[in-house]
Design a protein around this ligand. Structure first.
Ligand code: FAD
Ligand code: SIN
Length: 532
């Protein structure tokens, strides 16, 4: 059994920035960060475009960033939360710079600001096209200098501990469900440990792995959301899965390599197989319309022309400037034989970001006491029905700060709950066939991509639900009888994620933002004869 004052699940931007803050504020308290693989293997590390924030008040304003976020969110953002994130964002950006994050600057020492879909101004700070790698590096180095933070790597959190583990019957309407820590499988000792905490933060990231084609690394399996759902906490907005319009089209490669939206911000143009710059037919903002609109337009073009991808044309862009801003993309394209100044880049949409998740208030508090959620696993109300590009890193920083402010008080009130039983593995045996797990995962990813993708219908959602029921039954049987492994738990969690996405999609009797159901078409699409 381990005990810690602050328990942080996840070593991405949300988890690490929170850990740093509480550790500095409470130098005598212990902060334990748990991460399921390498410390830097996170969605954060792969962020490309950058972090949105109003840093140039001569050209930009908080009001414009707020308006862009609200427009992208298609009527479902919580305006108070949007206001908080946009106004507090610049201060949080200054902090990560103080912690060692380097953003690109021009010769005068001003930030080079990028632009992405849905932004009315250039306001995205970036480190070339590897912003996430730079941010993760700086955060991990700062954490390493902080004596009262310990990181346990290769440690898989299975479930959060609540009164359920003391034998009480917990339902969704039980008041005051409380979190006492977690059960976690330490992959170095091969033991399932009970970790008790005064305060627990879930910063477990996204769930892109529920889909066959995704920009998210293998760790993005929605574990935190699935744990909270099992613990009867509140989850919301799961139907709003964001598909990034421009993942590099390489059919057998997973996860997909992203071609950042900033390339379109610098002038890249989407074309179909007839070389037509088609976005002009879909939205007056053309290639820089919000992501839901661009992804749906690409989906429609692919269906109309019977192709599996469209193209991003950068041939007209200044080659040296392209290489300076996007060295990683340039190198990757060259490695597969594409010189961006001579050939177009084949791209297609891929699952990218979960706008919904664990319901969290403006202090990152969940519906479960002593349990907080930050970053992509949380649903704070910022994104509504569709996230504005580069608002995710910003949200994680603003909410990890707010979470720190709230939890340094909470930690003083909570004691350890020592009467929780140890993990009981009785009656389980080593899995006879791992293929049962890998096959279930493949089936899940296929059905989610085929039936619950960019464009949905009532019939497809119903089909998906039937198949999910069977997968759920099979994985639960395996879970009851086999020795726990990350693969088993992740597949089980992803099946829960699939179920939550489908159920919430079925409840929404309209098309809005990222949720598009042809049984509830948008009038504008009917008028334009869009192929859905
Ligand atoms: P993550 O960074 O994903 O970290 C999750 C952590 O939780 C990991 O350490 C993982 O090991 C741990 N974890 C999960 N489950 C468990 C478990 N069961 N047990 C133990 N540990 C667990 N957003 C922007 O704002 N700007 C961008 O430019 C941008 N570009 C992107 C490009 C790509 C390719 C991708 C995939 C995303 C991009 N995003 C971008 C989105 C953004 O990167 C993520 O939303 C954000 O980094 C999520 O941070 P996080 O801290 O919430 O989670
Ligand atoms: C990108 O660089 O296009 C991704 C940005 C984001 O997901 O916010």
């Amino acid at each position: 059994m381990l005990q810690t004052d602050f328990l942080v699940i996840g070593s991405g931007v949300a988890g690490l920035s929170y850990a740093l803050k509480v550790a500095r504020h409470c130098p005598d308290r212990k902060v334990l960060v748990i991460t399921k693989t390498q410390a830097d293997e996170t969605n954060t590390k792969y962020a490309q475009g950058g972090i949105a924030g109003v840093t140039d008040l001569e050209r930009d304003s908080f009001e414009k960033h707020i308006e862009d976020t609200l427009i992208a969110g298609d009527g479902l953002c919580n305006p108070a939360v949007v206001e908080i994130v946009v106004r507090e964002g610049p201060e949080r950006i200054r902090e990560i710079i103080d912690w060692g994050t380097r953003f690109d600057k021009d010769d005068e020492g001003d930030f080079k600001l990028g632009k992405e879909g849905g932004h009315s101004e250039f306001r995205i700070l970036h480190h070339k096209d590897v912003t996430g790698r730079e941010l993760e590096r700086a955060l991990l180095e700062a954490v390493a200098r902080q004596k009262n933070i310990e990181i346990i790597k290769h440690c898989f959190v299975i479930d959060i501990l609540t009164q359920h583990h003391l034998g009480f019957l917990i339902t969704k309407s039980t008041p005051d469900i409380e979190c006492f820590g977690v059960y976690a499988l330490n992959l170095q000792t091969h033991r399932i440990e009970k970790i008790l905490a005064r305060v627990t933060l879930l910063a477990t990231g996204g769930n892109g792995q529920a889909y066959r084609t995704t920009t998210n690394p293998k760790i993005a399996t929605g574990d935190g959301v699935a744990m909270v759902y099992r613990a009867k906490g509140r989850i919301e907005n799961m139907e709003f899965i964001q598909f990034h319009p421009t993942a590099l089209f390489e059919p057998s490669v997973s996860p997909c390599f992203l071609i950042t939206e900033a390339v379109r911000g610098d002038g890249g143009i989407l074309r179909n197989k007839f070389d037509e710059a088609f976005m002009v037919r879909y939205d007056p903002r053309k290639d820089l319309a919000p992501r839901d609109i661009v992804a749906r337009a690409i989906d429609s073009e692919m269906k109309r022309t019977g192709t599996e991808n469209v193209y991003l044309d950068c041939r007209h862009m200044h080659r040296d400037r392209f290489i300076e801003h996007f060295p990683n993309i340039y190198k990757k394209c060259l490695s597969i034989g594409i010189d961006i100044s001579e050939s177009q880049i084949p791209v297609a949409p891929a699952a990218h970001y979960s706008c919904g998740g664990i319901k969290a208030d403006e202090w990152a508090r969940t519906s479960i006491r002593n349990l907080y959620a930050c970053g992509e696993c949380a649903s704070t109300g910022l994104h509504g029905a569709n996230r504005l590009a580069s608002n995710s890193l910003l949200e994680a920083l603003v909410f990890s700060h707010r979470c720190y402010l709230d939890s340094v008080s909470a930690v003083q009130l909570n004691d350890f709950r020592t009467d929780i039983p140890d993990w009981n593995a009785q009656g389980t045996t080593e899995p006879k066939e791992m293929i049962l797990i890998t096959q279930s995962l493949k089936e899940l990813q296929l059905l989610m991509s085929d039936y619950v993708g960019i464009v949905r219908t009532n019939v497809r959602l119903q089909r998906a639900l039937k198949r999910l029921d069977l997968l759920h039954e099979e994985i639960e049987a395996l879970y009851e009888t086999t020795v726990i492994s990350p693969q088993l738990c992740e597949t089980r969690n992803l099946i829960t994620i699939g179920y939550l996405i489908v159920k919430e999609a079925q409840f929404r009797h309209e098309s809005r933002g990222l949720h598009y159901n042809t049984d509830f078409p948008l009038k504008s699409d009917l008028l334009q004869n869009i192929v859905l």
